[in-house]
Design a protein around this ligand. Structure first.
Ligand SMILES: [Zn+2]
Length: 238
């Protein structure tokens, strides 16, 4: 007893506390709110299995001028589960469920993506004001998840969202493009010559935002800019 590390003495206590918390507040599935089985986290198995993974690159953009994105993927069908997950991710600080989803589909996701490594994975940046309000960029975790599995690095400092753009939901493609003019600028003097970049965002609506950023990156000499989003209503079958 005398040699037992103090931490070890608390193990039974911690275990008991956890058991009581679980009894009073049992961990529930984020999406269907059923009680999670032992060993499950964040999203239950039936909900995980109900996500529909889309299998190939798409070209579903609606931009009025040139397209600067070379290849694009939207991982999942834009169904209620995806909408729900993104809502929780953006508005109720629930950051872990998306990683649980990506882990569950890891093999199939990676099989779709190019084997040639990217130099950089860039989450589409939020304006600093928005970042302060939310406390985090909701696509940062997804970007890190992808980068770690594709042997790339994430850089969140290269690009700054320099203009606070008004909400774009009611604008048409041309208005969106105008609204975004000058929205991004490159910070410092990074060497982007011949670099392959993967942009990451949660939902693709028209593609105007990512295309504007892709144009800025191409002007810096990047050789290829691809885009991966979690989903897009443009491909939805729902
Ligand atoms: Zn569920």
């Amino acid at each position: 007893m005398r040699n037992t590390p103090i931490k070890q003495l608390f193990y039974p206590f911690a275990f008991l506390t956890r058991a009581i918390i679980d009894l009073v507040y049992p961990p529930l599935c984020l999406l269907c709110e059923v009680r999670l089985a032992e060993g499950q986290e964040q999203i239950c198995q039936p909900c995980l299995s109900s996500f529909v993974l889309l299998g190939k690159p798409h070209t579903e953009f609606s931009v009025p001028h040139d397209l600067y994105i070379h290849q694009a993927w939207a991982l999942f069908d834009f169904d209620e589960n995806v909408k729900n997950l993104i809502h929780h991710l953006k508005y109720s600080q629930r950051r872990k469920p998306i990683l649980r989803l990506l882990d569950h589909f890891e093999k199939s996701i990676l099989k779709q993506l190019p084997s040639e490594p990217y130099d950089l994975v860039l989450p589409i940046p939020l304006h600093p004001r928005k970042l302060r309000e939310r406390g985090y960029n909701q696509v940062e975790d997804m970007a890190r998840w992808l980068a770690s599995r594709m042997g790339a690095r994430v850089d969140q400092k290269i690009v700054v969202r320099s203009r606070y753009t008004q909400t774009q939901t009611k604008l048409n493609a041309l208005e969106r493009q105008k609204n975004l003019a000058g929205a991004f600028r490159i910070q410092g003097s990074p060497d982007l010559h011949n670099k392959r970049i993967l942009l990451v965002d949660d939902v693709l609506t028209t593609g105007a935002t990512s295309n504007t950023l892709a144009q800025v990156l191409e002007e810096q000499g990047c050789s290829q800019i691809d885009l991966l989003t979690l989903s897009t209503p443009r491909l939805s079958h729902a």
